[in-house]
Design a protein around this ligand. Structure first.
Ligand code: ASP
Length: 174
């Protein structure tokens, strides 16, 4: 099991840590229009010793092309590595999709390829994991998307911070 145990199986004193730590992707554009991005090496708890995850793999957890856009991800790294997720998001923006549309397209591809891995599907045939993308294009347009509902992302437009609801492919299962 490469992901944390279900929270109900965790000791109470561990739960706050699991709930408050995690991977962060941050993409940015400066006043000259130059793009930058970073994804922290995974904040995932209970990783297998030696597991790398997608965060430090360029093209998976992070990809920046200063002519097009920047993208990054949080969520199930293995699915992201298999699909070159952040690279795909930037390529979709290169073809003219908005950052939000590009994130949704990359997620649709991941859902499609997950169909070949039945152990990663719930009873409804949908992925039993979450994944989110965050993207920013050369003009400063930004967006995000998640496989399941219930996610937000933080935006700073130079004046103020705010949290924005992420669009999603499916409503969250409880
Ligand atoms: N993407 C990270 C990983 O798979 C996990 C996370 O985003 O929390 O290592």
């Amino acid at each position: 099991n490469w992901f944390p145990p279900k929270s109900e199986r965790l000791a109470d004193e561990l739960k706050p840590y699991i709930a408050s730590y995690g991977t962060i992707n941050c993409v940015a554009i400066d006043a000259k229009g130059d793009l930058a991005g970073v994804t922290t090496t995974s904040g995932l708890a209970f990783k297998l010793s030696g597991r790398v995850g997608d965060s430090p793999i360029i093209g998976a957890g992070l990809y920046v092309d200063n002519e097009v856009g920047a993208a990054g991800s949080t969520g199930r790294g293995e699915a992201n590595i298999l699909n070159c997720g952040s690279f795909s998001v930037v390529e979709f923006m290169r073809r003219g999709l908005s950052p939000e549309q590009a994130c949704l397209e990359a997620l649709k591809r991941i859902v499609k390829t997950t169909a070949y891995q039945p152990h990663l599907l719930g009873a409804d045939g949908r992925p039993n994991f979450g994944l989110s993308f965050y993207a920013l294009d050369k003009k400063g347009a930004y967006g995000s998307a998640s496989i399941y509902s219930g996610h937000t992302f933080a935006v700073h437009d130079g004046a103020a911070n705010r949290l924005v609801d992420s669009p999603y492919l499916f409503p969250r299962r409880d």
